[in-house]
Unconditional design. Structure first.
Length: 427
């Protein structure tokens, strides 16, 4: 019996679902996270350079390299566990180690990623974060820690995963340049679950920051869009009043339409990525299954108040740009139709003028033909008279005048018939 043949990618695709396991984090631990992104063409960057940069860090700790063309890695470097992932337009490094520093969110914890190594990446920091994981004390102690570590006006605190832990963060960058998150783990919560909470926090921060790049793009578009809107309104008014030649208005309209299309093309990736990242932010918050802690705002409420308006602005600008491009295209089609109608009218007038000239030419031609019959007949009568006169005088005694009179009508008739036949042959 012939064995069933597998698709060549079957095992690779099945293993991909298990290739990025959640980290396992003890109750008392610290996570150091950084996301890096190229300055230009992030989606089309050289992925081999990402891998080489990772290997440079591993070499400092004498750790084994990942497989060629790998997009994720997890291994031990010194006393830290390193998790590396390559994404569409960024890479992330997360280092975990057991225990916490005496001083909460100590900037020295970030030294796992040396400054010269970070500078050698040629990338920019999208975000970085310090996550402090500890056992859950009494509520009063959590409240004191939150008040000490975070900005009161924007701090978000909530129970997650049906009370498995309490998470807190204010989404402010601290003096060392990092975000801060705290996880207070309740007794009975396993390392895998704690690892999922920490990873979700890092993902929420990363996707939130990347989606805000779309908001920054929208701000840069506000001026050009206002200019194009005013130009379109002016051109539409010119179309309505017909004060400017249609062809000149059409040229200006096509220029605006081309600029809008170019703007839409250069912004489409950022807008699409922003929409995807926004969905990921809300999905990651949703799976945390938040519940309120002591009346404080949750992460979901923070996003609803501070983050969602920015995302709605991005969506509105994206729709505005699309509608303006469609508006310019429709106006161009209308104006092009008007130009074609005007040209058709001009062509019709030109054809009518040509018909009149052709009619005049025909009449002139007929007149010339009549005159040519007379002229040819005159010479033909003379020729016939000269040729027949000696015979007519000798035989019948007819003088020259009489002979001319006798041959004029037959000769004219023959000439007229010959000219008519020639004209009919050419027509």
């Amino acid at each position: 019996m012939t064995a069933l043949q597998d698709h060549p990618l079957r095992y690779e695709l099945a293993n991909e679902l298990h290739a990025r396991p959640f980290p396992s984090i003890t109750t008392s631990a610290t996570a150091v996270f950084v996301a890096l992104r190229p300055k230009k063409d992030a989606a089309g960057r050289n992925r081999a350079a990402d891998l080489a940069h990772l290997c440079a860090l591993l070499d400092r700790y004498g750790a084994a390299h990942p497989a060629p063309h790998a997009t994720h890695y997890s291994g031990q470097i010194g006393r830290h566990t390193l998790k590396w992932e390559s994404h569409t337009e960024f890479v992330t490094y997360t280092a975990f180690f057991t225990g916490v520093s005496d001083r909460a969110f100590d900037a020295a914890d970030f030294n796992i990623f040396p400054d010269d190594w970070l500078a050698a990446s040629g990338m920019e920091r999208v975000t970085s974060a310090l996550v402090r994981v500890g056992p859950s004390p009494v509520v009063a102690t959590i409240k004191e820690a939150v008040a000490e570590w975070f900005v009161p006006e924007s701090v978000a605190v909530s129970y997650v995963l049906d009370g498995a832990a309490v998470i807190a963060g204010d989404f402010h960058i601290d003096p060392a340049g990092h975000m801060r998150f705290a996880v207070f783990v309740n007794e009975g919560t396993g390392p895998q679950r704690t690892g999922r909470i920490v990873q979700r926090l890092c993902e929420i921060e990363t996707y939130k920051t990347l989606s805000m790049l779309g908001f920054a793009r929208v701000r840069s578009l506000s001026g050009p869009l206002a200019k194009f809107d005013a130009q379109l309104s002016g051109l539409m008014e010119d179309m309505t009043l017909s004060e400017t030649p249609a062809e000149a208005t059409l040229d200006a309209l096509l220029s605006v339409s081309a600029e809008l299309e170019a703007l839409s093309a250069t912004s489409s990736f950022r807008f699409g990525a922003t929409e995807a990242y926004e969905a990921l932010v809300h999905e990651r918050i949703s799976v945390l299954r938040e519940s309120r802690f002591e009346g404080r705002q949750t992460f979901g409420e923070f996003m609803m108040r501070r983050y969602d308006p920015a995302m709605r602005t991005v969506a509105a600008t994206r729709a505005r740009l699309s509608k303006m491009a469609d508006r310019a295209m429709r106006a161009g089609e209308l104006l092009r139709t008007r130009v074609e109608v005007e040209r058709s009218a001009q062509n019709s007038a030109l054809l009518e003028s040509m018909n009149k000239r052709a009619d005049l030419q025909l009449r002139l031609q007929q007149t010339v033909e009549g005159l040519s019959v007379v002229a040819i007949s005159y010479y033909a009568v003379n020729l016939v008279t000269y040729a027949a006169y000696p015979f007519a005088k000798a035989l019948a005694g007819v003088d020259k005048g009489m002979l001319s009179a006798l041959v004029t009508l037959p000769v004219v008739g023959l000439v007229w018939m010959a000219v008519r036949r020639i004209r009919n042959r050419f027509h």
